[in-house]
Design a protein. Structure first.
Length: 162
C-alpha cells in the first residue's frame, strides 16, 4: 500500500496492490470505499510466467516524497510505471534489467520494493530475480545503474541522517 496525503498531512487516498491483478485499487480513506481500479499497461509485457509470479503480478508501490507521483512495479511488464498525482495520469515507465539464465530465454528481474531519495530525484527498485537494485532518475525516466546486492533483495528504505 501507498498513501496520498491532504495538505494538512492527513490521509487522502490509499493505493493498494491486489493478488492476481496487474494494477492497483484506489481507496478513499475518509469514506472507506474503493474509488477505482487501475490496470497497468499490457506493454511492455511477456513476463511473470517463467518467474512464477502470475498471482502476484504487481508488487511494489510508492508515492514520491514530493507527493507529485505514484510509482508502481509490474512483474508482468518487468517495469516500473509512473502516474501523476492527484489525477493518476500515466506518465511513462522504465524497463528493468533482464535475467539471462543459461540455456533459457531471458526472464524479468521480479521487481519488489520501492524507495525514494527525500528530494524525489531518484527511485530505487529491488529486483529479487536479478539480485540487484535499480537506480532510476525520476525526471528523465532513465535507468542510471543496476547495483548487485546479493540473493533475493526485497524490503528496503531510505535512511536520512540529520
Amino acid at each position: 500500500m501507498a498513501f496520498e496525503v491532504n495538505a494538512d498531512g492527513s490521509t487522502r487516498r490509499i493505493f493498494v496492490q491486489l493478488s492476481s491483478f496487474n494494477g492497483f485499487a484506489v481507496v478513499d480513506f475518509r469514506k472507506h470505499s474503493e474509488l477505482a481500479r487501475v490496470t497497468l499497461p499490457s506493454e511492455p509485457g511477456g513476463f511473470g510466467i517463467a518467474e512464477g509470479r502470475v498471482n502476484t503480478p504487481a508488487h511494489g508501490i510508492g508515492v514520491a516524497p514530493d507527493g507529485k507521483s505514484l510509482w508502481v512495479n509490474s512483474t508482468l511488464a518487468n517495469a516500473v510505471f509512473e502516474y501523476s498525482l492527484p489525477d493518476l495520469e500515466l506518465l511513462g515507465h522504465v524497463s528493468l534489467p533482464l535475467v539471462h539464465p543459461l540455456g533459457h530465454a531471458p526472464t524479468g528481474s521480479v521487481p519488489e520494493w520501492i524507495t525514494f531519495t527525500p528530494d524525489s530525484k531518484y527511485i530505487y527498485i529491488s529486483n529479487s530475480g536479478d539480485r540487484s537494485v535499480s537506480a532510476i532518475d525520476m525526471q528523465t525516466l532513465k535507468l542510471l545503474a543496476v547495483i548487485p546486492v546479493g540473493e533475493v533483495p526485497k524490503r528496503m528504505n531510505t535512511l536520512v541522517l540529520h
